[in-house]
Structure formats: structure tokens, C-alpha cells
Write a new protein. Structure first.
Ligand code: FES
Length: 317
């Protein structure tokens, strides 16, 4: 996979749990172009193990002199977010993937309703730059748990003016989804990024109010869950490998030197899909990509976020 060599140009502590990182191209040239809602996968070598985590690009797509990402320190970090917070310093160099957009704005949308929860604000930062540039009609609704956890609020207030609405949970402020989603003009698109409960609530409400499915957009990269270790056989590579408790199947495949496809590494895009040739146990699907019928068939698995509970698992890779 083609990667970009970057250098960390600046780090800013934005909230007690969020740091903002600025990356520039190691060779000093402009970085590849991207559109609002794109993400990159940051590749870090931590104690001999490669960690790859997706992060949304936050800066304006018009400025490719630098990329901006924000990282929330996870309470149950498998290493990546903690390392970004504790060890990454200005001047450090590492590799990132080229930007990919799995959460793009609908170009023909007459109006755009953006709903963010917590660190889910990040993809909207670049989308807003695109919306402002094209003069599109939009509203940004941003919920966070307490004032100190509201990242980039003053920047958004200044940049979005009356289109910006924020809700501080500790002040008892709540986003009224019924009101918001029942009164929008035809041709409006809704976008949500944030915690699972928020994403589920927005999708459900929008569907209940009859929004067309292709006007409802969500992004929620899932972190691979920690689970019981298990073994798997890689049929085409002729290898038997162990998936440790804190590693995803995809990471274990990569650690064994086998090349595997991916885009989001968060159970969303479907790119990492593998065929299951044999299993004698249960597949623990954690992705948002496969249909319920596909999950029940036990024929496919998304190794970036899913696991298995079995004695025997043979994959076509
Ligand atoms: S890499 Fe996107 S679903 Fe696995």
C-alpha cells in the first residue's frame, strides 16, 4: 500500500482528553488533495508492533500544506490513542495512508444537517469548510458532556455563526431530534458522527420520519474489541496464526507478514472482507457493513473489527 511520509509540525491540547496534531509532508511539498469528511490511517510502530488507526481530516480541503487530526485519549486504549497522547512529539516522523472519503457530502443536497457528539465533530470540521466554500445551506448541531470537553467550540462559533448550535449535557441541554428531523425541507441530507447511542438514535428518527435512506449518512469507526485469543488458518498463505486478546484479526494477519486490504479499519467500508472457508464455532461480527443475513451465513467476516469463538477457523487469504 502506498503511504505518505509525514512529520509532526504541531501538537495542541484542546480539551483534557483531546489533542490536535498537525502533520506536514516530510519532504516539505504539499500533501495530496482531499474532500470534506475524508480520513487517513496513521501507522505507528509501538514496541515492535504496528498499530494502524483511522482519523478524520479536520482542516480545510483547500489547504494541503498540512493535515490536521484530533485524537481522543481512550480509557480502554489498545495502545494507539495513548501513544499519540503520551509519546508523539513535534518533529517525529511516521507514515499515513492517502486520504479516503467514506463520509462525503451529498453534492446535490439542498440543505445539510450535521450532528456531532464529542470527538465526532472532527469530520464536520473539513465538511464545513467545503459547505462554506460552496455557499450551501447547513446547520451544525454539536453535543458534548461538559464545557471543558467541548473541542473547537469558539472556532465553530466564529466560523459558523447562527448555523452552529451546541448542547452541553452537564447544563441539561439536549438536542431535540424530533423537532430537528421533522421539519426540514425536501432534499435535506442528515449526517451523524459520534457515540453509538447518538448514531442509532439519529438513524432511527430519520427513518421513522420517512427520510430517504440515501439522505441519511453516518460515520462511526469502531475500535476492535478485546476478546479471547483464538487461532485461525490462512488457507492461501498456508499459515496458522494466533489472534491475541488485544489484537484484531486484521492486525494478526498483518503481523504474520500477509498483506490484507483495508480502508477504514473500523468496520464500515467493507474493503477488508474475507471469505470464511470453515469454522466450527461462532463468528462475532462487530462491523456495520455486512447484512444480518450475511452475518448469519457465517461465510464472510470483516477482520478489522470482528473476532471468533471457535477451535477451527479457515480464511481465504
Ligand atoms: S477495513 Fe473497512 S470494514 Fe474493515
Amino acid at each position: 500500500m502506498n503511504m505518505i511520509n509525514i512529520k509532526v509540525a504541531a501538537i495542541e491540547q484542546v480539551t483534557p482528553l483531546v489533542k490536535h496534531f498537525t502533520f506536514v509532508n516530510k519532504d516539505g511539498t504539499a500533501l495530496p488533495a482531499f474532500s470534506g469528511g475524508s480520513h487517513v490511517v496513521v501507522s505507528l510502530d509501538i514496541n515492535g508492533r504496528v498499530h494502524r488507526n483511522p482519523y478524520s481530516l479536520m482542516g480545510s480541503p483547500e489547504d494541503t500544506s498540512a493535515y490536521h487530526i484530533s485524537v481522543r485519549k481512550q480509557e480502554k486504549s489498545r495502545g494507539g490513542s495513548e501513544y499519540m497522547h503520551e509519546n508523539v512529539a513535534v518533529g517525529m516522523q511516521f507514515k499515513i495512508t492517502y486520504p479516503v472519503n467514506l463520509f462525503s457530502l451529498a453534492k446535490k443536497g439542498r440543505k445539510h444537517i450535521l450532528i456531532a457528539g464529542g470527538i465526532g465533530i472532527t469530520p464536520f470540521m473539513s465538511q464545513i469548510a467545503d459547505l462554506k466554500r460552496t455557499g450551501a445551506d447547513y446547520e451544525l448541531h454539536y453535543a458534548f458532556r461538559s464545557p471543558e470537553h467541548g473541542a473547537f467550540v469558539s472556532e465553530l462559533e466564529q466560523g459558523c455563526g447562527t448555523k452552529f448550535h451546541c448542547y452541553t449535557d452537564s447544563n441539561g441541554e439536549r438536542l431535540n431530534l424530533d423537532e430537528l428531523l421533522s421539519q426540514q425541507p425536501l432534499g435535506t441530507h442528515v449526517y451523524v458522527c459520534g457515540p453509538n447511542s447518538m448514531v442509532v438514535a439519529v438513524l432511527e428518527k430519520a427513518r421513522n420520519f420517512g427520510w430517504p435512506e440515501n439522505h441519511i449518512h453516518s460515520e462511526q469507526f469502531l475500535a476492535p474489541p478485546i476478546g479471547e485469543p483464538f487461532k485461525m488458518q490462512l488457507a492461501r498463505s498456508n499459515k496458522e496464526i494466533l489472534v491475541p486478546a488485544e489484537m484484531s484479526m486484521l492486525e494478526a494477519i498483518e503481523a504474520a507478514g500477509v498483506e490484507a486490504d483495508f480502508l477504514c479499519r473500523g468496520g464500515v467500508c467493507g474493503r477488508c472482507e474475507l471469505q470464511v472457508l470453515e469454522t466450527d464455532g461462532a463468528l462475532m461480527h462487530n462491523d456495520h457493513f455486512l447484512t444480518d443475513a450475511e452475518k448469519a451465513s457465517c461465510k464472510k467476516i470483516m477482520p478489522c473489527v470482528s473476532r471468533a469463538k471457535c477451535e477451527r477457523l479457515v480464511l481465504d487469504i
